[in-house]
Design a protein around this ligand. Structure first.
Ligand SMILES: Nc1nc2c(ncn2[C@@H]2O[C@H](COP(=O)(O)OP(=O)(O)O)[C@@H](O)[C@H]2O)c(=O)[nH]1
Ligand SMILES: [Mg+2]
Length: 317
């Protein structure tokens, strides 16, 4: 391939989803006269799948376009863009909202709220759980709330230390456990300590994998139960952290953890490292769990609430 071809390809990879869709020329005069053909539909499906929309959401969007085209509703690029934006918005807004107002939501921190508000942070190793726990702590502390961070991964020696360092840096309280100790016992101690100190928020970091024969999901459910026995309605949030660069694996992780525990929201970490934003739509469409947060870097302030408007603007600009 010539040097020119390579640079063209490079340019194409940096383009937004919308620019790639425009490249398909779905609204060219010839296409509109003949109706959208099977090849164009297949191409659109490919573009959506490559952007991590997943099979269900891609088929959904393509089906929406086909039926609108048949009714003569998409003749211009603007109409095509509005159609996609409208359907994606519907999918995102249909994902169930969290039962209780999370940290960062306007209702959070009401005087009559249960204390401590407990957040369980879940996910496989390396997705960004510990970093996210620190980011949530930072956010709560910036809002004037007191925070306890708990490290229940007693098997990986570095795991406890990593969260302890964050806690020191942030000025949050920290509760950890003995190496190899029972994770549920750490959760118990942390919840009791948070309640005794009158802390506003308890954030519980968990293991992504166990180094014993025990089943991870059983262990997590045990932690969840222990917390629930000590504080009314706790944990109030069960956030699954997924790596937005992990593509199809994200859907498997949401499925697996969602079968183990009722998730209240998804944190899409490393959003700064991907140009493929479709995961948000795929997760909402297939599981009805809302994406609540985007991780946008490695620092403690690199966490942004997920908002549909800006998301659509970026995707379809
Ligand atoms: N670029 C980027 N890196 C992140 C983000 N969140 C976490 N990381 C990095 O991902 C790596 C794993 O994070 P960690 O919190 O230890 O994951 P854990 O194993 O799930 O607890 C670390 O190097 C983090 O700094 C993010 O939103 N953006
Ligand atoms: Mg960790």
């Amino acid at each position: 391939m010539s040097g020119d071809g390579m640079s063209l390809r490079g340019q194409r990879q940096g383009r937004s989803l919308w620019q790639k869709i425009v490249d398909l020329s779905l609204t060219d005069v010839s296409v509109l006269v003949k109706g959208i053909d099977a090849d164009s539909i297949e191409e659109l499906e490919r573009v959506l799948l490559e952007a991590d929309f997943g099979v269900d959401a891609s088929m959904d969007l393509v089906g929406e376009l086909e039926s609108a085209a048949r009714r003569g509703k998409v003749k211009t690029e603007e109409e095509l863009r509005d159609l996609l934006a409208g359907r994606i918005r519907q999918i995102l807004e249909a994902a169930a909202p969290a039962e209780s107002p999370g940290v960062g939501s306007p209702e959070f921190g009401a005087a009559d709220a249960v204390r401590p508000h407990v957040i369980l942070v879940l996910g496989v190793n390396g997705t960004g759980k510990t970093t996210t726990a620190a980011k949530l702590a930072r956010r709560a502390m910036d809002a004037g709330l007191t925070v306890v961070l708990a490290a229940t991964d007693t098997f990986r020696s570095g795991a406890q230390e990593q969260l302890r360092i964050w806690a020191d840096r942030l000025g949050a309280d920290f509760v950890g456990g003995q190496p190899g100790g029972d994770p549920a016992a750490v959760a118990f101690d942390a919840t009791r300590a948070a309640a005794a100190r009158g802390a506003d928020v308890l954030i519980v970091d968990t293991a992504g994998r166990l180094h014993t024969q025990a089943n991870l999901m059983e262990e997590l459910r045990k932690i969840d139960r222990v917390i629930g026995r000590l504080v009314e309605g706790a944990p109030h949030e069960r956030l699954l952290v997924v790596d937005s660069t992990a593509g199809q694996n994200v859907l498997n992780q949401v499925r697996d953890f969602g079968e183990g525990l009722p998730l209240t929201g998804i944190v899409l970490s490393k959003y700064d490292s991907t140009a493929r934003g479709g995961t948000v739509v795929a997760v909402s469409r297939e599981f009805g769990v809302p994406v609540g947060w985007l991780g946008t870097g490695e620092g403690d302030r690199d966490l942004a609430p997920f908002e549909v408007g800006p998301y659509l603007d970026k995707l379809l600009r």
